[in-house]
Ligand binder design. Sequence first.
Ligand SMILES: CC(C)(COP(=O)(O)OP(=O)(O)OC[C@H]1O[C@@H](n2cnc3c(N)ncnc32)[C@H](O)[C@@H]1OP(=O)(O)O)[C@@H](O)C(=O)NCCC(=O)NCCS
Length: 148
Amino acid sequence: MTAPDCCVTMAHMMMPQHANPQGNVHGGVVMKFIDDAAAVVAMRHSRSTVVTAAVEQLSFHHPVFIGNLLSLKASLNMTGRTSMEIGVRVEAENPLNGKIVHIASAYLTFVAIDENHQPKSINPWLPDTPESKRRELDARARKKRKNS
Ligand SMILES: CC(C)(COP(=O)(O)OP(=O)(O)OC[C@H]1O[C@@H](n2cnc3c(N)ncnc32)[C@H](O)[C@@H]1OP(=O)(O)O)[C@@H](O)C(=O)NCCC(=O)NCCS
């Protein structure tokens, strides 16, 4: 049995070391968790060492507090020759009342690298559901806009 290579959900309980003295979690902590979740998807798909090439469209819509359960859902959106776009949705749950809020979403590009730190070819990803096909089309449009 092998792990699915298209997605991952990771969860972290927010503790005092993640926050400022007022109890707000640092944005940089959330960014690190976003990078970690996306890296897992990139490694699973490419079965390779990967590096973060770009992080795009990251905004924080709500604060995160100590005691929240932070959940990161990362999905492969598109593959290129050596690169992968991964989307990450971040939600925070208050486990005392079950309320869930959307904190942030981000798109990251990872590149698979070889032992000389050079980009290396990866297997293409073929979306097979209406939702994954839509995500791939959106990702290709983003890449086209970025390169134009
Ligand atoms: C990412 C990196 C490997 C790309 O190397 P490069 O020699 O520029 O590679 P290329 O120009 O051949 O591009 C390789 C792929 O990366 C993609 N890429 C490179 N820079 C990119 C960027 N800023 N945004 C999105 N994609 C990018 C290219 O589109 C290409 O994709 P494709 O092969 O799927 O078509 C190199 O820039 C690097 O090592 N950067 C540092 C990464 C790192 O350390 N990250 C952590 C920062 S703390």
